[in-house]
Design a protein around this ligand. Structure first.
Ligand SMILES: [Zn+2]
Length: 254
């Protein structure tokens, strides 16, 4: 069988969520050298400013030094735009999620927030390759802005898109809905079925959220899944690590 990879991504990284993640990250580190992708929010919900917290930034720099990747994940993460105007918009922005910061943004505002985030990374000297929209929701304006910026990729739940062309690569994502007990019960089954269904794929993503860390069932699921994938011979990579690896492979074929 061809080489298989898994991409472990920690969503909603900010000083406010670090206490949730910390024991999990320590457990993963104890399993060996497993590169992770950290989805960093510059100012989570307007009250947890990553770039004003020196200790937190130092921790992220240690991660970079170990080979992890830092990605820009929205700016505030929450959707505080004007009230939804249509039933579809209402569903997407109030029922599906409150976290679609980039779902309603026009191009100018999307570009402004993206550039502001990119500048914070640059000032700190952090390499930046990717942007992931909160809840994976992007307006057309966001897509237009991304096409004009020097980033390598963005993602939704089913794809990684190479920028600026939005060339789609299928990469399925395992993700939990850990907010209520019945959803947590379902998530184990749904994710195991998905992992099985996608076992021939070259790459699979694990999309983790802070709420997953607060429940033993989801916490345990992710640890077991990482160790199972390692046992099955999967290679752990960051997202940019995997994209670069794909480039190399295609050059060998050509
Ligand atoms: Zn998020």
């Amino acid at each position: 069988m061809a080489e298989r990879n898994f991409l472990l991504a920690l969503h909603d990284i900010a000083p406010a969520t670090w206490q949730d993640y910390r024991p999990f990250v320590e457990a993963i580190d104890a399993m060996g050298n497993i590169p992770m992708t950290w989805l960093v929010v510059p100012d989570f919900h307007h009250q947890s400013a990553t770039f004003e917290d020196t200790a937190f930034q130092n921790m992220l720099e240690q991660r970079l030094a170990r080979g992890d990747e830092l990605v820009l994940h929205g700016f505030f993460h929450c959707d505080d735009g004007p009230a939804p105007r249509t039933p579809h918009e209402y569903f997407m922005r109030r029922i599906y999620t409150y976290e679609g910061e980039f779902y309603g943004l026009a191009r100018d505002e999307a570009q402004r927030r993206l550039e502001q985030g990119m500048e914070l990374f640059e000032r700190r000297g952090w390499p930046l390759h990717g942007f992931v929209a909160p809840a994976w929701l992007m307006s057309q304006g966001t897509r237009d802005a991304l096409s004009a910026l020097p980033l390598s990729y963005t993602t939704d739940t089913a794809h990684i898109y190479r920028l600026p062309e939005f060339e789609a690569i299928d990469v399925p994502t395992l993700v939990w809905s850990a907010r209520s007990r019945w959803r947590r019960g379902m998530s184990w089954v749904v994710n195991e079925l998905a992992r099985h269904r996608h076992r021939q794929r070259q790459a699979i993503r694990l999309g983790l959220h802070p709420v997953d860390m607060r429940h033993s069932i989801s916490h345990k699921y992710w640890l077991e899944t990482v160790s199972r994938l390692l046992e099955e011979g999967y290679t752990p990579r960051t997202k940019i690590g995997w994209l670069n690896h794909l480039n190399l492979e295609s050059r060998h074929v050509a």
